[in-house]
Design a protein around this ligand. Structure first.
Ligand code: SIN
Length: 517
């Protein structure tokens, strides 16, 4: 199979990048692959919204820039922060023309406040903004004839000089699992874009779906693409303590923005002891505060007291949380919601420039799998969907130009070798994979979580090497399976996080080594 552009991942980054490319040039061929159904991924679970300056009477670009820098502990790239904040308004307008709606109040967008924001500026669609955006983009994409979508296709490896025997430092597409054909396909492409999200599944508790296993990051690692800031893993302060259908359920920061307060098991408010911004401090501060309180008390959660939010407000702005809590016998607003921090977002990833180009020519990384410089050591709430929109737009314009350049001709792509490794099987069950995945999550959660220590990182390093050796052994002895592919990526990224964490010498943003405190 050949495409001008191969896009891996179908969240907001992959879909909006594809739409923009197809709009700019209906002649180019696009193949989009998703590991599961197109709809499944982190975007769908984003509750809060998109941080965009729109009320210029109260808010300003300068304030949003300052809030982003403050949340990022002064480590964001100022140039990137500026253009992302300033370009947000146009990207939002475009998203609306593509069929997305946002809540309004009279003539204006309804704006909410989240942690680290000095003004109300988050636009949203009730409390399921991501799901609504995902659906609108999926609908829009159907109108383009030059986009082919392949569901249930998992990235295995990128095709690079290593496979082609060229020396161009270039990416030529990817090898991917087709579950339907039970085989590994070669999809060669002039341009490849990773829009594969993060790897929240490295942790026992994550707001991400279980498919967030860092597949793009793992493939980039094997292709020797530069990655940075991987240890800056953001924990969302408030995930529901009880699992919902086996998954961790997010309680959006907007609930705290609407007045909800955090209380420990003695019923005492505690955020004032940690930060003057209390519940609306940046999320690294709130997550650490909650974790500290949990360590001091018998209960493994703290309470989110929502009694200040009226039933009408719940039903209008947070119907998803309201209904989900009711299924667990938590009746809002009178009952407090038991909450815990959970792994949420990778602030680092594949290092890219301001057009989302990685250091491997022809390879772009957009959204959570990339490291653009916007987030620094800690992402500001609701800046992730914004980043995805701004960078997919910039990447698309860049790709349109890149496709005009002299690139190898079609015979070169045809001659690229088929997958040479093991074949794929849907039916093989490798028991150890589940145990190793759980062990990896345990190590990451206990030693490489919100609070780290130098010794803990050393122990995690040793333990991860043991897991890696076992994974390699399985890889060498068995046919490839989806679970094996995921585990191979997880162990690589866990290893990289631990390695990079050991070389960080000061606490900033989400990175916290107790030995430096
Ligand atoms: C939330 O709604 O609290 C999450 C939004 C985000 O991750 O920025």
């Amino acid at each position: 199979m050949f495409a001008d552009v191969l896009i891996i991942g179908t969240g907001i980054s992959g879909l909006s990048f594809a739409i923009k490319l197809a709009q700019c040039n209906p002649e180019i061929s696009l193949v989009l692959i998703s590991k599961d159904q197109v709809s499944e991924g982190n975007t769908k679970y984003a509750q809060g919204g998109i941080a965009v300056v729109s009320d210029f009477e109260k808010d300003s670009y300068e304030k949003h820039i300052q809030d982003t820098q403050t949340a990022g502990a002064g480590t964001c790239n100022p140039k990137v922060v500026k253009f992302v904040v300033e370009e947000g308004k146009d990207r939002l307008k475009e998203l609306i023309t593509w069929g997305t709606q946002f809540d309004t109040q009279k003539e204006n967008l309804h704006l909410v406040k989240e942690g680290g924001h000095s003004e109300k500026r988050v636009v949203h669609y009730k409390d399921h903004t991501g799901l609504h955006i995902q659906e609108a983009l999926m609908n829009k994409i159907k109108s383009f004839k030059n986009i082919q979508i392949l569901e249930n296709h998992t990235l295995v490896d990128l095709i690079t000089d290593h496979h082609s025997k060229e020396k161009q430092n270039r990416c030529y597409g990817a090898y991917v699992i087709s579950k339907k054909e039970e085989s590994i396909l070669k999809i060669s492409a002039k341009i490849t874009a990773l829009c594969t999200g993060g790897a929240g599944s490295l942790y026992a508790h994550s707001t991400n779906p279980s498919i967030a296993t860092g597949d793009g990051l793992g493939a980039a690692y094997r292709a020797k693409v530069h990655m940075d800031k991987l240890p800056y893993v953001q924990f969302h302060p408030t995930a529901l303590y009880h699992k919902v259908n086996g998954n961790t359920f997010l309680i959006t920061e907007a609930v705290r923005g609407a007045g909800a307060k955090l209380k420990n098991s003695s019923g005492a408010l505690f955020m004032n002891e940690y930060d003057s911004r209390k519940e609306l401090a940046p999320r690294d501060i709130v997550a650490r505060a909650i974790q500290k309180e949990i360590q001091k008390q018998p209960e493994k959660y703290v309470a989110l007291d929502c009694s200040e939010i009226s039933v009408e407000n719940w039903k209008k702005h947070f119907p998803n949380i309201y209904d989900t809590c009711a299924t667990l016998d938590i009746h809002l607003p009178q009952d407090p919601i038991p909450v815990v921090p959970a792994a949420h977002y990778f602030c680092g990833g594949i290092q890219v420039n301001s057009n989302s180009e990685s250091k491997l020519k022809g390879l772009y990384a957009i959204g959570e799998c990339s490291s653009t410089g916007l987030h620094g050591a800690n992402r500001l709430a609701s800046n992730s969907l914004l980043e995805a929109l701004v960078f997919s737009h910039r990447a698309a314009l860049n790709v349109i130009n890149a496709l005009q350049e002299k690139l190898p001709d079609s015979s070169f792509y045809k001659a690229l070798p088929e997958w040479k490794g093991d074949t794929y099987s849907n039916s093989v069950e490798i028991k150890e994979i589940r145990q190793l995945r759980l062990r990896l999550q345990e190590v990451m959660t206990n030693q490489v979580g919100i609070f780290k220590t130098t010794n803990g990182l050393k122990e995690a390093d040793i333990e991860m090497y043991e897991i890696y050796k076992k994974v390699q052994k399985i890889y060498n002895q068995h046919k490839l399976t989806n679970g094996l592919c995921e585990l191979r990526n997880m162990v690589s990224i866990a290893h990289l996080i631990i390695q990079q964490a050991q070389s960080i010498t000061e606490n900033k943003g989400v990175f916290y080594n107790q030995d430096y405190a």
